[in-house]
Design a protein around this ligand. Structure first.
Ligand code: PGA
Length: 253
C-alpha cells in the first residue's frame, strides 16, 4: 500500500518571517490530511526552523532540495547528507531539472547523491523528466528510461526507501501541466522499469509523483490515475491554503 504524498518544493523562496507565518497558517488549516504524507522542502537556511516548529506528531515531514555526495571536506558551498540528517530531514530532492539544467548536474553525480542520501537513512525524491523538444521528438520515454538507468545504477535500496517524481521540464512553472493520460503513461513506464531494474516489491512500493504546474484544480484528475501516488508542488506550495487544498485532495484520492 503506497501512502499518497504531497511534497512541497519551495525552491529559493521565503525568509524566516514568511516561513513562520506559513507554518502557523498551515497548522491551523491542516486537519483531515492523515491520508497523505506531506513533506516541506525549504531552502537549507530554513531547515533548523522547521525542525523546531514541526515537532508535533501530525506535523508534516521536511527535507532538503539537494545535497552533496561526500560527508564532509573541502567542498565550499556544499551541504552533505549527514548535515541534513542532523536537521531532522526525512527526504532529500535529488536531480531536480533546475539543478540538471542550470547547475549542470550529471546523471553520475545524481547517482552518487542518491547513494549518499540512502546511506544516511533518508529517502531520496529522485526527479526525472524530458524537455519539450525531447517530447516533440517522441523521445520522452527513452530519455526518462535512460535517466532512471543511470541515476539508479548499483543502488542498494529497500522497498519504501525511494520516491520518484516525474516532472516534464516543459510543465514546470509554466502553468501547463501534463495531461493525466500522459502522466499516467510515463509513470506506469517508470514503475515497470523499476520492476526490471530491481524487483516487484520495489516497483510496487515506490511512490511515483507527478510534478509540473500542479494546482488545486488539476490534481484530482491526476490522482484518479492508478499509478500516480501524489505530487511534487512548486509555485502552488508557497501559500499555506493552496498547499492544504492540494494535500487534502491527495489525501482523499
Ligand atoms: P511548479 O514546480 O509546481 O511550480 O511547476 C514543480 C517543481 O519544480 O518541482
Amino acid at each position: 500500500m503506497r501512502k499518497p504524498m504531497a511534497a512541497a518544493n519551495w525552491k529559493m523562496n521565503k525568509n524566516s518571517e514568511e516561513t513562520r507565518q506559513f507554518l502557523q497558517e498551515y497548522m491551523t488549516q491542516a486537519s483531515d490530511l492523515s491520508g497523505a504524507e506531506v513533506v516541506i522542502c525549504p531552502p537549507f537556511t530554513l531547515l533548523a526552523m522547521l525542525q523546531q516548529e514541526l515537532a508535533s506528531p501530525n506535523a508534516p515531514a521536511w527535507g532538503g532540495q539537494n545535497c552533496f555526495w561526500e560527508d564532509k571536506g573541502a567542498y565550499t558551498g556544499e551541504v552533505s547528507a549527514p548535515m541534513l540528517k542532523e536537521l531532522g530531514c526525512s527526504y532529500v530532492i535529488i536531480g531536480h531539472s533546475e539543478r540538471r539544467i542550470i547547475m549542470g548536474e550529471t546523471d553520475g553525480q545524481i547517482n552518487q547523491k542518491l547513494k549518499a542520501v540512502l546511506n544516511h537513512g533518508m529517502v531520496p525524491i529522485l526527479c526525472v523528466g524530458e524537455t519539450l523538444q525531447q517530447r516533440e521528438n517522441n523521445a520522452a520515454l527513452s530519455i526518462v528510461k535512460n535517466q532512471l538507468d543511470k541515476n539508479l545504477k548499483d543502488l542498494a535500496v529497500q522497498p519504501g526507501q525511494l520516491v520518484i517524481a516525474y516532472e516534464p521540464v516543459w510543465a514546470i512553472g509554466t502553468g501547463v501541466n501534463a495531461s493525466s493520460d500522459d502522466a499516467q503513461e510515463m509513470i506506469a513506464c517508470i514503475r515497470s522499469r523499476l520492476r526490471e531494474l530491481f524487483n516487484d516489491d520495489l516497483a510496487n512500493s515506490t511512490r511515483i509523483l507527478y510534478g509540473g504546474s500542479v494546482r488545486d484544480d488539476n490534481i484530482a484528475e491526476l490522482m484518479a490515475k492508478p499509478d500516480i501516488d501524489g505530487a511534487l508542488i512548486g509555485g502552488a506550495s508557497l501559500e499555506a491554503d493552496s498547499l492544504v487544498r492540494i494535500a487534502r485532495i491527495i489525501a482523499n484520492g
